[in-house]
Ligand binder design. Structure first.
Ligand SMILES: NC(=O)c1ccc[n+]([C@@H]2O[C@H](COP(=O)([O-])OP(=O)(O)OC[C@H]3O[C@@H](n4cnc5c(N)ncnc54)[C@H](OP(=O)(O)O)[C@@H]3O)[C@@H](O)[C@H]2O)c1
Length: 271
């Protein structure tokens, strides 16, 4: 992988970024909470090919995907991604766990699932093979029988009366020491996070493919989650080229989302 910006090396120097270098390049600011979103898209903006993101990904993208998990306290997904992406347990390899231990972090990030309907299988591998008990963020109006079915395999956090209050959910994660949140999608969850102005970073992989008409964008939503009053300006933090694929990191301009929402004041620097 060749880092192109900033400070580009000579193009003939195809500097390969190993895991250690990638951890530096993607290092979060642990002095404040952060919601980082990770997506892969085609050149023409498709979020999936034949229903899955796999066809857009590559070895380099998977490497960054894994490094982003290594840096996170919590890995957040919408229930749709859990249902459609053959999503397994969030479990890091030993080398990544060793690095986390050295940093004083929990050995594994916690999986956090967002669901309104609680249409989830308690026997799903993401629950049954989880190294850390997952957290489900839902609301008081979620069906009680489904809640009872999931409670044995996950911590159920009620945030909101008739819909999931993501800001309250993030505040609860922060209270549990999960300040660095990596959102792995999908588009509806990303849309809701954007509508609530809770996004700090986007790590976007641009895959050198033209998918054609059909697939949706990386953001979707309806009703209250349909959009933002104004677009959120972002600044480019870096671009990495891996062959014809680009791995970008963008950060929100100005105040962190947590500052805007009054969270994180009690966060311990360098945790
Ligand atoms: N390209 C990529 O990087 C990437 C990444 C992830 C997913 N994807 C693709 O995206 C597609 C899935 O899209 P999707 O939009 O359905 O995924 P999603 O956002 O993960 O799932 C939507 C579901 O998540 C729950 N949810 C999301 N936001 C919520 C909120 N604010 N409040 C309450 N519940 C919320 C709801 O679950 P309930 O129905 O249980 O209430 C909702 O139906 C798949 O084709 C997948 O391949 C692509």
């Amino acid at each position: 992988m060749l880092r192109l910006w900033p400070d580009p090396p000579p193009l003939y120097d195809a500097a390969d970024l190993d895991d250690e270098a990638l951890r530096d390049v993607y290092a979060p600011d642990r002095t404040r909470p952060c919601v980082r979103v990770n997506f892969v898209t085609s050149l023409d903006g498709a979020v999936e090919i034949a229903g899955h993101s796999r066809g857009l990904s590559s070895e380099a993208d998977q490497k960054v995907f894994s490094v982003l998990r290594t840096l996170a306290d919590a890995v957040m997904v919408g229930a749709g991604t859990l249902r459609h992406e053959r999503y397994g347990p969030v479990r890091l390899a030993e080398a990544s766990r060793a690095w986390r231990r050295e940093q004083g972090l929990a050995e594994q990030p916690t999986l956090v699932i967002i669901s309104s309907s609680l249409d989830l299988e308690a026997g799903h591998r993401a629950f049954t093979e989880a190294p850390v008990r997952p957290v489900v963020l839902t609301h008081a109006g979620a069906p009680p029988d489904r809640r009872a079915a999931i409670e044995p395999v996950a911590d159920m956090v009620i945030c909101g009366e008739s819909g999931v209050d993501l800001s309250a959910g993030l505040a609860e994660l922060l209270r549990r020491g999960l300040g660095q949140v990596l959102c792995e999608g999908g588009p509806h969850l990303f849309g809701a996070l954007l509508a609530a102005d809770l996004v700090d970073e986007l790590c976007l992989t641009v895959s050198p493919l033209l998918a054609g008409a059909g697939p949706g964008r990386i953001v979707a939503g309806a009703g209250a989650d349909a959009g933002r009053a104004e677009p959120l300006p972002m600044r480019l933090v870096h671009v990495i080229a891996a062959g014809d694929m680009l791995l970008t990191r963008y950060a929100r301009l100005g105040a962190a989302a947590s500052e805007t929402h009054g969270q994180g004041a009690d966060m311990v620097a360098g945790r």
